[in-house]
Design a protein around this ligand. Sequence first.
Ligand code: SF4
Length: 401
Amino acid sequence: MKKKATHKKISKNLAASRAHIWTSCPGSVDFEKVDNIFQKNSEASIGNLIHKISASHLEKIKDGKKGYERVLDFNKFISFINFTALSIEEKILFEENQEEIHNQYVFYLTRILYELENFPVSGRSPEILVEYRLQYKNIVAIADCILYVPDKYAVIIDLKTGFVEVEAEANKQLLITAGLFKKFHGVNEVEIEIIQPKHKSIKKDILNYIPKPQEILKEFTAEKGKLKAGPHCLYCPSNDICPELRGQIEKYLNPKYQDTAYNRPAVWSELLDVSKPIIKTMEKIRSNSLNYLKLGEEIPGYSLGYRGGSRAWINTISLKELSIFKRAGIKELFRETLKSPAQLETELKALIRRMKKEGSGIKDIRKKEKIDKKIITLQEKFESLIYKSEFPVLKRNKENN
Ligand code: SF4
C-alpha cells in the first residue's frame, strides 16, 4: 500500500539565511530566481569575499598550521582574490575597512578558542567547524563557525559584514541553524553569537527554545504558496514582480486612505509596514528602467536624458564618495593634464596685460600668476570632475506630459 504523504512536496531549498522572508511569506520561494543583470549588490559580494578569507584563515588555525596561529595577517589571505574582476566600487568598499572586519572576527574567535581550550567545558576541548553545511530535507543552513563539545554545548557564530544592525535574539536564521545542529549533533545547550564589526558589537543569546526542523517544515508546508506582504518584502528579490506587493501599492493609493487624518491612523501601521519595501521597490524599478534604456532598448513614453552633476567641493563630499560617484579610481580624480600650452600662453598674456593696466609690479605679476595658475588648475579639476560629466537620467517624453 502506498504510504500517505505527510506534507506536500517542496522542490526548492529553504535557505536559513533567507528565513526572515520565507517564514513570513511562504509563497516567496515559488518565484523563479532570475539573476538581475542590472542589480549587482557590491556590498553582498564583498561580504562573501570577507567570509571566504576569514574561513580560510580559521581553517588554517584549526589545522594548527604553523605561522597562522593567532596571526592576524590579512595579506596572506587576499592573494587569491582576482582584484581585476572587482568593480571600482567594490575595490573601494574592499579597501575601506575589510581588513578590520576580518581581524576583529578572527581575533574574537581565537580568543574564544583559547578560553575553551584552557578552560574546557565538562573537561573536553571544543571542536571547530568552519563554513559548516547542515541540511534537513529542504532546509539548508551554512554556519560561519561552530564551536562545540559533542553531546554537550555549541556556540554558533555568525559574521555580519553589513551596516544593517542584526539582533541575536529571535534571529530566525540562527534559530534554524541551531535546530539543524541539535538534530544531527545532539547538543543540549546552544548559544548564538552575532559579530558585527561595523557596529563593533557582539550580540549573544542562550537559547531557551530550539525549534525542530520538522516542525519548521510542517509550518511552512501548511502555508505553502501563500504570499504575505510586510517589512520582510524589503529584502525579497522578487519584490518588483510580486502581485501581492503590487496590491499593497494599489491599496496605498486607494482614495479612501487619502482623506482626512480622521480615519488614517487605523491603517497607518499596516501601510507603514510596507511603505519602505514599496519605496525601495520603486527605486529599483527606476534604476532597472534606466539601465534598460542605456542598453539601447525602448520604453514607451520615456527616453534617456542627461544632466550635469551638481557642484560638489572637496569639503562637502569625500574622495571615496566622489570616486564611487564618478566610477573612477581616486588617483584618476587628480589627472594633471588640464590645459594645452597654447591656452595657458593666451591666459598668461591676458593676465600680464591686465596687471600692467592695473599698474602692478613684475614681482606681483609673478606672484599673481602663480596664484591664478593654481586657481585655474583647481577650477579645471572640478570642472572635469563635476561639470563635464553627464549623468544619464530617465526622461518623460514631452508629448506624454
Ligand atoms: S515581495 Fe513580499 S509578498 Fe511578495 S513574494 Fe516577496 S516577501 Fe512575499
